[in-house]
Design a protein around this ligand. Structure first.
Ligand SMILES: *[C@@H]1O[C@H](CO)[C@@H](O)[C@H](O)[C@H]1NC(C)=O
Ligand SMILES: *[C@@H]1O[C@H](CO)[C@@H](O)[C@H](O)[C@H]1NC(C)=O
Length: 661
């Protein structure tokens, strides 16, 4: 435990020395300074021994005794194993109200007393070492582990974060830590009592307040936060740090956290005031998903057909009203048709992106408008090419595209749903271990009312297990969606390769096989969807669809002002409204998800072939192999390829059997 105190004392004198690599040299210096010249060796040795004894006495007596009394044995117990017991029942997520009756009492310490605030001495943490040393079994010494840190300076923020931290702890997916860095010297026990935290709450507390915290100057407080984070990082390596960034939190704390956490290369998740209701889904994610918080990048791609200005304006208004709290606002690309009517032009002149209400400290503009050059008779090919060229992922593992047709209207929650599901199904420990991302083509916000041929009504499947029977559930379907869906970056890259080979094959072949000419997807949908379906069938990919109840809270697809895609405009007559007015529900995200909001693993979801027939994973693979065979036969020339050349490749070379390139 000594190391923390020594390094702290020394660090206290070196205000700007926060670099982690400095730790060892500093300690050596401290020792080196104390090596005396030989002549006075004996006297100094005695003085040193006495000094050291006094030092040990002062440092240990007042810190150890109260801490041992305050620590709750349950936290030690919960840490004694390597993994949280997975069989422990998961309580349903019941978030206590933010300012419930329990939290009315502490108003005594609220607003927080502003202390004499003139002490600027060295920062010494009297209580931090014990709790940090006690967490060695969480693997905190390794860069990758399961530790998540909540931190608060203001007691109000602590009251906001604590129920969320307990909720996350109850999921037993991460080791949840809570560090208090307040200038208020409230006893830890009182803090717990006031916030209604009992032994059932699976979190580990760290008292990261320095000595004389109540009379610290602002600068000292900021330094203490930086130092505390430095030590916490050395012992814990949190995968993500969660703070409250509402006005209740101390400015100096937030500033220090932003600098220090970004230097740790760890995401800092800044929660708004309404987080306990609107962002409760964060507590369900595991440490691996949360570690990817900042890396995950989604771009919005709006494809506006001709004559759909009313629709486009409705979609853009719904995007402006969407909740991007705690996330960076995504880049938006709007593909405009050749003829833009006056109403749309006027709307776009004042259209702001990111929305004015979103947190955007650098005032970055994140909007790209593309306007088409007039062409008569746009073909299927050109349309597909133009669409696929509108996006390219910077990092295919983390950068995805959200495709939106102008008939869609989004709920304020759509972005949180996408972030929640993408983090869970692409980046959680389970997803990584079972390689879910190899199958996941996309995540749809829309639950279509019909099959891909737009004639037969589509009935979503019900939950697989029969207890309780007939529950709504999200499900996996081979059919892709063009109304409102996220496409995984790596699958988009593959779709690019597939379409470029497919188009070349079509251009080069005079007598095309029916496999390439028969359309399975209705001409109400853009032509690229047919290609996406072919790829999904050949590779056994699926798209995640929401249950009916969830879909109603994510996106509405309007058909009142429907116009066929440009490439099919001449073929399809203008169609009048066929559906009633669609209205979006606006419940908090978790309330609209089945089963209390936890995302079920892929193997517990119903799986449907592209034509809606329920299937199993092995059957799906058989169908994929069969379709691939059919596809290769239609292309021709595959007999010449060796078996190793026929192994699925990202370039889709195996499907087209070309020996070139
Ligand atoms: C068409 O096929 C020929 C030979 O079969 C090949 O050389 C050429 O690259 C192909 N593609 C195009 C676009 O002509
Ligand atoms: C539309 O697709 C469904 C599902 O694949 C199929 O059952 C139905 O027969 C199709 N209808 C037409 C008119 O092709």
């Amino acid at each position: 435990m000594g190391s923390i105190f020594l390094s702290n004392e020394e660090l206290g004198k070196k205000d700007d020395d926060h670099k982690p690599t400095k730790m060892t040299p500093i300690r050596t210096q401290w020792n080196a300074v104390r090596v005396p010249p030989r002549k006075t060796l004996k006297r100094v040795a005695i003085a040193l021994a006495v000094g050291f004894f006094v030092y040990i006495f002062i440092m240990n007596i007042p810190t150890d005794v109260p801490i041992r009394d305050r620590r709750r044995p349950v936290y030690h117990n919960s840490l004694s194993g390597d993994e949280p017991p997975p069989t422990q029942p998961k309580p349903m997520p019941v978030l206590k109200p933010l300012r419930g009756p329990n939290r009315g009492k502490p108003k005594a310490s609220d607003p927080e007393p502003v202390p004499a605030s003139n002490y600027n001495g060295p920062v010494v943490f009297r209580n931090l070492a014990v709790s940090l040393h006690a967490i060695s079994s969480t693997g905190g010494g390794f860069a990758e582990n399961k530790n998540i840190l909540f931190a608060a300076s203001s007691l109000k923020s602590a009251a906001l974060l604590l129920p969320m931290a307990c909720q996350m702890g109850a999921e037993l997916r991460s080791y949840v830590h809570f560090a208090i860095m307040s200038r208020n010297d409230i006893a830890m026990d009182d803090l717990r009592t006031i916030n209604g935290i009992d032994e059932s709450c699976q979190i580990i507390f760290h008292d990261a307040r320095p000595d004389y915290t109540a009379s610290s100057t602002e600068t000292r407080h900021g330094n203490a936060v930086t130092r505390a984070m430095y030590h916490i990082n050395s012992y814990m390596h949190p995968q993500a740090v969660i703070v409250d960034s509402s006005p209740a939190e101390t400015r100096i704390f937030l500033e220090a956290m932003r600098v220090q956490v970004s230097s740790m290369n760890v995401p800092l998740i800044e929660l708004p005031e309404d987080a306990p209701t609107q962002l409760a889904w964060i507590t369900k994610l595991d440490s691996s998903s949360l570690a990817t918080w900042d890396k995950l990048n989604m771009e919005l791609l709006v494809h506006a057909g001709p004559g759909t200005s009313g629709n486009l304006i409705r979609l853009l208004k719904s995007l402006t009203a969407a909740d991007f709290a705690s996330c960076s606002v995504p880049h938006l690309t709007i593909e405009l048709p050749n003829h833009v009517d006056a109403a749309t032009a006027q709307f776009l002149e004042t259209f702001q992106w990111p929305p004015a209400a979103a947190y955007n400290p650098t005032h970055a503009r994140q909007l790209t408008l593309r306007h088409r050059i007039k062409r008569s008779g746009v073909t299927e090919h050109e349309s597909s090419i133009r669409f696929l060229e509108s996006f390219w992922p910077t990092d295919p593992q983390h950068s995805h595209v959200v495709v939106l047709s102008s008939q869609a209207e989004l709920s304020p929650r759509f972005y949180h749903y996408l972030k929640y599901t993408a983090l869970e199904y692409m980046h959680s420990n389970a997803a990584i271990m079972q390689q879910w991302d190899t199958r996941l083509f996309g995540i749809s916000l829309d639950l279509p009312a019909t099959h891909l041929n737009a004639t037969e009504a589509f009935v979503p499947p019900l939950k697989k297990s029969t207890t309780p029977p007939g529950d709504p559930t999200s499900f996996l379907w081979q059919a892709p969606n063009s109304n409102a869906a996220l496409y995984a970056g790596n699958k988009w890259v593959e779709l690019h390769a597939f379409v470029s080979r497919l188009l070349e094959h079509q251009r080069n072949t005079s007598a095309l096989d029916p496999l390439f000419t028969d359309k399975l997807v209705s001409k109400r949908y853009p032509s690229w969807l047919e290609h996406a379906l072919k790829l999904a069938r050949a590779r056994g990919y699926w798209t995640l669809y929401p249950s009916e109840q969830t879909a109603a809270n994510l996106a509405a697809v309007h058909s009142e002002l429907y116009r066929a895609p440009e490439e099919y405009e001449a073929e399809l007559p203008e169609q009048a409204a066929e559906a009633g007015e669609v209205t979006l529900a606006t419940a908090p995200l978790l309330d609209s998800l089945p089963g209390g909001g936890g995302l079920v693993p892929f193997d517990e979801m119903p799986l449907l072939l592209w034509d809606g027939v329920a299937t199993e994973l092995t059957k799906l693979d058989e169908f994929a192999a069969g379709y691939t065979k059919e596809f290769r036969a239609a292309v021709g020339g595959c007999g010449e390829l060796t078996p190793s050349e026929l192994i699925p490749k990202r370039s889709t070379k195996d499907l087209f059997c070309s020996r070139e390139d």
